[in-house]
Design a protein around this ligand. Structure first.
Ligand code: M6R
Length: 608
């Protein structure tokens, strides 16, 4: 999604803006631009394509105050005229992330007042609206506040004025934005990674906040216009953690980081002898004692994590669990049970649909909320009563990898804690699960050793248009996740089915051009799955089977077998996922797609 960077300093800030945009590239974008205030004029540079293009075009631009943006098109095609910043009368420049829902009405009104629109975006109305107030009051803060009061929708914005080289205004509502606090210089950004080379001291704006930023300080006002203090956090993220290092792509790097990410996420738990609810927050024990069911809300890959967890929660903890796609739940008429624990799962913690679903659940009277999230200061974490932070570190590749496996680890902990509180986990069993969790990072490492074999297997997919993924039980969501990975980075159409559903329709698709990927661990459903696989072979379908060590399945003509290093029991979905991530990665490499920034997609989906 769109990314924002802004800076005010005593030095030329153009390199800071460009480096910040580069760091935000992972969020997904199709055009970029910047505007600086120089000699009481706005200098604007915009380009379609990569930030590298913008860097070339900005060679002769400099200034001490400016804003910059990467745009992911929503209203209007990706083009230079639709790229931000948007200007009003060469006086006001605005960058915007989010969607303005009432832009058509405002646009009509402003057009009638002789404002000339030069883009198809919803964002341009913000620039003209601020301008309409600024020409009356000559106060950029008040003009912005007045304009924001007229907007319906979501925004994070940065604003500068040509005749004001001492202040920048920013605001957020529904889209993330933070301030970077330097020495005699200040910054704004969509996320902290954009600012790592200039400061680690950040202030997260709250919903509805507006801030006025100068060289030596900043003032923050809440949604009611009252001056407020927000704490300064020192980011733990390092510059190196967002560098590519020896890897060809971030996705490959992040796949390889999984053993460490799992170890970090499980650190506190694995070092202790017993599981305690406190890992979810001080109020967890009291909350868990009151609940009788779970409702998991998430999107995309995070939703798949929830689907796996449902199998664990119902089987191990014996607690009813529903899993819903956040964007569906938020608009559905549902019956709230006040004893339900609402669990939201998100890598970014800023996914608009997941945030809205949580707010919707709260509005229905759900008071027990828990988030599983990778970004400590995200809106989702702040909105939830309880939390467990995954410690995957920054995930830059659009395709979620280490975020997913660490979410699974966190959800397994939740399952064990609830099982224990509900008297369904004996001491011995608890130790057995803890042992399996301690072993998980090295089991994940062993899967990574299959990389050359999987790369070889991927060659079979380079000329394919479609693929079918099959799994059963706990591994059905893993089939879904494997299909999602393949489609999002290789653009091969991929679908996933619970293997038992094959004969109820999708079998009609199977022929020699339809590769079928089966997730086939050594579990109780293996024999059933074997029959399903025979149904595929009998129709000439080529099978790619991801089985466990010691499997009863064998390679044969049309059956390509890949053996996982071990059978990890309940944790098997984590290992099988890593193999499917590698498969998708190498297929994408063969197809030559942009692995880390697949077309049309964004990392954090901060719009509806
Ligand atoms: O940040 P979140 O986990 O809330 O993101 C949810 C989805 O947008 C995300 O998982 C998406 O499906 C990934 N690109 C899949 O790889």
């Amino acid at each position: 999604m769109c990314g924002i960077v802004g800076a005010i300093a005593q030095r030329n800030i153009v390199p800071v803006l460009l480096q910040g945009l580069q760091r935000l590239e992972y969020r997904g974008y199709d055009s970029a631009g910047l505007a600086v205030v120089h000699n009481r004029q706005l200098q604007r540079v915009r380009s379609t394509g990569r930030v590298a293009e913008l860097t070339k075009s900005s060679a002769n631009t400099s200034g001490h105050l400016g804003i910059a943006h990467t745009r992911w098109a929503t209203h209007g095609v990706p083009s230079e005229r639709n790229a931000h910043p948007h200007l009003s009368n060469e006086l006001i420049a605005v960058v915007h992330n989010g969607i303005i829902e009432n832009y058509e009405e405002i646009r009509a009104r402003l057009t009638a007042q002789n404002y000339i629109f030069t883009s198809d975006t919803d964002s341009e109305v913000i620039a003209h609206l601020i301008h309409s107030h600024y020409v009356r009051n000559h106060n950029l803060l008040l003009a912005t506040q007045a304009a924001l009061a007229e907007l319906v929708g979501a925004y994070a914005i940065g604003v500068v004025a040509a005749d004001n080289d001492t202040h920048m205004i920013c605001a957020r509502k529904g889209s993330p934005l933070l301030l970077g606090v330097g020495k005699g210089e200040h910054f704004i950004a969509s996320d902290v990674s954009a600012l790592l080379s200039v400061t680690k001291n950040v202030v997260y704006l709250e919903e509805g906040d507006v801030a006025e930023i100068s060289l030596h300080g900043y003032r923050i006002f809440n949604a009611q216009g009252v001056a407020v203090e927000r704490p300064v956090h020192i980011s733990e993220m390092s510059s190196e953690s967002v560098e590519l290092g020896e890897y060809r792509h971030y996705m490959q790097k992040e796949i390889h980081e999984q053993p460490q990410a799992l170890a970090d996420t499980l650190e506190g738990v694995c070092n202790s002898q017993t599981l305690v609810p406190g890992i979810f927050g001080a109020e967890a024990a009291a909350t868990f004692a009151q609940i009788d069911s779970l409702l998991i809300l998430a999107c995309g890959t995070s939703h798949h994590a929830g689907m796996v967890a449902r199998y664990w929660l119902e089987e191990i903890a014996g607690i009813p669990c529903t899993v819903e796609i956040a964007s569906e739940y938020r608009y559905r008429v549902s019956v709230a049970n006040p004893k339900t624990l609402v669990v939201t799962i998100s890598q970014s913690g800023e996914t608009a649909d997941t945030l809205a679903a949580l707010n919707h659940a709260k509005s229905l009277g759900h008071n027990h909320t828990l988030s599983i999230c990778n970004v400590p200061e995200s809106a989702l974490v702040r909105l939830s009563k309880l939390r467990l932070l995954t410690r995957a570190g920054p995930e830059i590749g659009v395709a979620s990898t280490k975020a997913f496996t660490t979410q699974l680890a966190a959800l397994f902990l939740l399952t064990l804690v609830l099982a224990k509180l509900r008297g369904r986990l004996g001491k011995e069993e608890e130790q057995r699960h803890l042992h399996a969790l301690r072993h998980l990072p090295s089991a994940a490492q062993a899967v990574l050793k299959l990389e050359p074999e999987i790369a070889h297997l991927a060659e079979h997919f380079a000329d394919k248009q479609h693929a079918l993924f099959l799994g059963r039980g706990l591994h059905y969501p893993i089939a879904l996740e494997g299909a999602l990975k393949l489609k999002e980075i290789s653009y091969i159409h991929a679908e996933a089915y619970p293997a038992g559903e094959l004969k109820h329709g999708p079998l009609a698709l199977v022929d020699k051009d339809m590769p079928v990927i089966a997730v086939a661990p050594n579990d109780a459903l293996l024999e059933k799955l074997k029959s399903n696989l025979q149904e595929v072979r009998a129709r000439g379908g080529e099978l790619y089977v991801f089985a466990d060590a010691g499997t009863r399945l064998q390679s044969s003509a049309g059956v390509h077998l890949m053996q996982m290093p071990e059978h990890a029991g309940y944790l098997s979905p984590i290992l099988h996922t890593i193999a499917l991530q590698l498969l998708a990665y190498y297929v994408a490499l063969k197809k030559g797609t942009d692995v880390d920034k697949p077309r049309n997609l964004a990392k954090s989906v901060t719009v509806e």
